[in-house]
Design a protein around this ligand. Sequence first.
Ligand code: PGA
Length: 249
Amino acid sequence: MPRKKIIAGNWKMNLTPKKAEEFVTDMKAKLDTDKVEVVLCVPYVSLHAVQSVLKGSNIKVGAQNMHYMDKGAYTGEISGEMLADMGIPYAIIGHSERREYFAESDTQVNIKSLKALKTGITPIICIGETLKQRMSERTFCVISKQLSIAVDGMTADDIAKIVIAYEPIWAIGTGKVATPEQAEEVCAAIRKQIGEKFGQGAADAVRILYGGSVTADNANTLFKMPNIDGGLVGGASLQPTFEKVVHFE
Ligand code: PGA
């Protein structure tokens, strides 16, 4: 079975709930398709408003993070259980901005991803190298380590459910997109590593996205690559041109 592509928007800390509602009201019909899976990962406070507007469409709503405990004394945090109760099907886990600004470790990414699976939420697990690591030819070593820790304790069935986003840090928000060949090379290596650990079935099923300065202009060449199953799109997902990213073909 061919893998269905996913085009996920990562709004980061943008748009108030009111502005979010206006944006999706305007974009709903334009983004609604069953050819690809469209997911909008919005700030927690906008989840409800966005979900209400998108009701009845194929567009899904995701969170940008979640805590690994169900409840407790974790001031300011939101649990997977809370998101699941709202019917939120996706959560981004381990975005490089969370790793960099909130000191999220590979181990935390692993625990959160396992918890997401347990809660019925699909984790979109982010991995990626810095420019310095790429320049010193450590990309594959860095990615391999991040990946092996992230999926530790998962089964082949779990792997078939998760989404991995390869996001080179030097390409995020910089306008400096990876070439389709660079992105494909790493996504292929990720799939190979998954195959070695979990078997060919899991490798064929897992969806691997590329993220980092995806726009309407480069989406087509990136998403056409054999091991790239769509994208995690930041800045461009807040623009009307996101419609063109979604309909990249
Ligand atoms: P960008 O962000 O598309 O703005 O580069 C991607 C991301 O951070 O997920």
